[in-house]
Design a protein around this ligand. Structure first.
Ligand code: FMN
Ligand code: COI
Length: 358
């Protein structure tokens, strides 16, 4: 982690209620995967090319329903008002100012309409995607999709790595199983079957299938990305079923502590997709050089989760800006040092394993 990020993390930790800090920071079970996501980047090295760069590099990338100024988007994370009173509004403004995509969590503490409005107040062309957990009641899912569409979201990101909720032992120890008084998952308010004026719980269901995903795709004109893909066969199925992108992710090590690091799962997923649709990756991205490694291994862009929360908790909108500016600056520097002009110059032949002569 760069000193800039690590300072923000330390400030965030000092400011946050320790129970909320643990919720943000923690992972499932022994938190092996949480650490592995970061360590995986350290096991690889980049082999720069020389004498082929340019003084001004092009970092922009085309994504479904968005053109981002850099290949770094904000991964969906829940409950931003626990980090800062401005919550998702601050995150949305900072992300729009950075010219990139906010994936707004279904479990946001500000309703998606207000999140998109905050982003568009900074940049009328700002892209916000809506992250969705398919709900067992299809009518509830339909309402959520409608809310995202009405808000002006430009894509849906369906998270499919949570048939059951991960066992986060910090949260169990801390007794953190509900939001404090005055906070709510605002997108879940006034839904069918829920209490009038109140919010429904987000349900995880192991009964959901590809057919449920097909129904969502058929119900909307928005591009649909699938988040939580680790097996290459699932990536192939996503292409076959007409999805618009996949996100290689183990949910930041918060779901299953026996899976590989996200980065280690990337090459086979990228090979299975074979350029048919964009492949995003999240988990453990902490440096601009991490972004470069992921792109060289086949990612179109990466998502960052916790670093954004540390920026938000430390300094609200300004803190999130700092995180995104830092990653942009570091990534641009890494691209220059690789002899790159644009993202297409980050190719697989630049990646080698540390500790093994190649
Ligand atoms: C506090 C927290 C809340 C999260 N909430 C969601 C969520 O609501 N929906 C979702 O799909 N992923 C959620 N995630 C997972 C992130 O989208 C992402 O996969 C992960 O944070 C990436 O790893 P990183 O934190 O190492 O960057 C959450 C992660 C954290 C840390
Ligand atoms: C409210 C939760 C479902 C958010 C989440 O995905 C997480 O905490 O990892």
């Amino acid at each position: 982690m760069s000193p800039g990020l690590s300072d923000l993390h330390d400030r965030a930790r000092a400011l946050l209620d320790p129970v909320h800090y643990d919720y943000f920071a923690g992972g499932a079970a022994d938190e092996v995967v949480l650490g592995e996501n970061e360590r995986a980047f350290g096991r690889l090295a980049l082999l720069p090319r020389i004498l082929r760069g340019t003084p001004v590099r092009d970092l922009a990338v085309a994504l479904p329903g968005a053109r981002a100024s850099m290949p770094v988007v904000v991964a969906p994370t829940a409950f931003h008002r626990l980090a800062h009173p401005d919550g998702e509004l601050a995150t949305a403004r900072a992300t729009a100012a950075a010219g990139t995509v906010l994936v707004s969590s279904m479990a946001s503490t500000v309703a998606v309409g207000a999140v998109v409005a905050a982003a568009r107040s900074v940049d009328p062309a700002a892209a916000v995607w809506f992250q969705l957990y398919l709900q067992p009641d299809p009518e509830v899912t339909r309402c959520l999709v409608r809310r995202a569409e009405d808000a002006g979201c430009t894509a849906l990101v369906v998270t499919a790595d949570s048939p059951v909720f991960g066992r986060r032992e910090r949260d169990v120890r801390n007794g953190f199983d509900d939001l404090p008084e005055g906070f709510a998952a605002e997108n879940m308010r006034d839904l069918p079957g829920g209490p009038p004026g109140g919010t429904r719980d987000i349900e995880m269901s192991a009964a959901l299938s590809w057919e449920d995903l097909d129904r969502v795709r058929a119900s909307t004109a928005l591009p649909v990305l699938l988040k939580g893909v680790l097996h290459p066969e699932d990536a192939r199925l996503a292409v076959d079923r007409g999805l618009d992108g996949v996100v290689v992710s183990n949910h930041g090590g918060r779901q299953f502590d026996a899976v590989p690091a996200a980065l280690d799962a990337l090459p086979r997923v990228a090979a299975a997709v074979d350029g048919a649709i964009p492949v995003l990756l999240d988990g453990g991205v902490r440096r601009g050089s991490d972004v470069a490694l992921a792109l060289a291994l086949g990612a179109t862009a990466v998502g960052v989760g916790r670093p954004v929360l540390w920026g938000l908790a430390a300094d609200g909108e300004q803190g999130v800006r700092q995180v995104l500016d830092l990653l942009r600056d570091e990534f641009d520097h890494a691209l220059a040092l690789c002899g790159g002009r644009d993202l297409a110059d980050l190719t697989r032949d630049l990646v080698v394993t540390r500790g093994t002569p190649w």
